[in-house]
Design a protein around this ligand. Structure first.
Ligand code: DAH
Length: 340
């Protein structure tokens, strides 16, 4: 019996070493340790042994079992390891393959330019104010010294919702709304970016466009302050070489009023196709706040003065990037937008 056990152990060991896969190994296990396995068979046969022999053979059988099990474990982990090795070496990575390109979004040029303008004025101590796009006739015209039959209203025809409510034609009503809120506190120093609407539609006009309004009200504000602020703005926005030129103009809400040109960045003021040979490009309207506007908004025009300006974001963007058609900014063609 003992000899038989030794023989079983030797064969089991040999077969386990010879097993080339986990499946083969499992078959070996079943053949020796399974219910009908060889070792199990020996243990069953022990009933026939004498009571002296039984414990000895029993111990020997248990030892054989333990050794087979230990070897089984060992062989199993060997086979698992080599299986993993094989998988890893089959899985090659070609590091020369091109990677996956993820395209990232970016700001629309109008948004980027608006933020740039905001940053310049925030740096000069201005804060940002906002007003509604659906505006009352009173704020859009009346309180800006444009009474009902004023001829200058014709230049800003717009979309009316009722005779008293309209889509604002400019950001200037935010001047009035701000002053009404803050009067008589000083100083007022705001810019107001936002959408505006007019009955216009061609290569340089869109029925919806963007403006940025500026307003400063304080004691002893002069036209020189206006010039200084806009010169700093022009240099920061278009480069330190940029010069400005103030031309007399007319707006009902400012007196005196001016239109501001910057020296053409393309030719440096020499005159070229971009500036129609004038050397100058118009960028905004401005002036000293009309005393009547100050009064209507709650400020005492004999004690305070102010200046205001308004610029078109599309126009600034077109000048900055030398675009010849405003509609490019609204088509949302990625081939255009990706260039910024
Ligand atoms: N609101 C004017 C427009 O849309 C622009 C403008 C001119 C604004 C002069 C101002 C200003 O604040 O002082 O045409």
């Amino acid at each position: 019996m003992e000899q038989k056990l030794q023989y079983i152990q030797a064969r089991a060991m040999e077969e386990m070493s010879g097993a080339g896969s986990l499946e083969d190994l499992n078959e070996v296990r079943i053949r020796y340790l399974g219910k009908k396995g060889e070792l199990t068979g020996v243990l069953r046969g022990m009933a026939a042994l004498s009571s002296e022999e039984r414990p000895r053979i029993g111990q020997a059988a248990n030892r054989v079992r333990a050794e087979i099990e230990a070897r089984l474990e060992e062989r199993m982990s060997q086979l698992k390891d080599s299986l993993r090795e094989k998988k890893l070496s089959a899985e090659t990575i070609d590091i020369t393959l091109p990677g996956t390109v993820f395209s990232t979004g970016k700001l629309h040029p109008l948004t980027a330019v608006t933020r740039q303008i905001e940053d310049i004025f925030l740096g000069l101590g201005f804060s940002i104010a906002e007003g509604p796009e659906v505006e009352m006739d009173y704020y859009n015209f009346e309180a800006l010294n444009l009474p009902k039959e004023h001829p200058a209203r014709d230049m800003q025809d717009t979309f009316f919702i009722t005779p008293e409510i309209l889509l604002r034609t400019h950001t200037s009503p935010v001047q009035v709304r701000t002053m009404e809120r803050t009067a008589p506190a000083l100083p007022v120093k705001i810019i107001a970016p936002g959408k505006v609407y007019r009955r216009d539609d061609d290569a340089t006009h869109s029925p919806m466009f963007h403006q940025i309004e500026g307003l400063v009200v304080d004691k002893r504000i002069t036209f020189a302050d206006l010039r200084g602020v806009l010169q700093v703005f022009a240099e920061k926005m278009f480069g330190s070489e940029t010069r400005t030129r103030f031309r007399p103009s007319y707006f009902p809400f400012t007196e005196p009023s001016a239109e501001v040109d910057i020296s053409c960045g393309m030719c440096g003021g020499e005159g070229c196709r971009v500036c129609s040979r004038t050397g100058w490009l118009e960028i905004l309207g401005c002036g000293m706040v009309h005393p009547r506007v100050l009064e209507m908004s709650g400020y005492n025009s004999s004690e305070v003065t102010g200046f205001a300006f308004g610029m078109g974001v599309e126009r600034i963007t077109m000048l900055k990037y030398n675009l010849d058609d405003m509609r490019l900014l609204f088509d949302n063609d990625v081939r255009f937008l990706a260039q910024f």
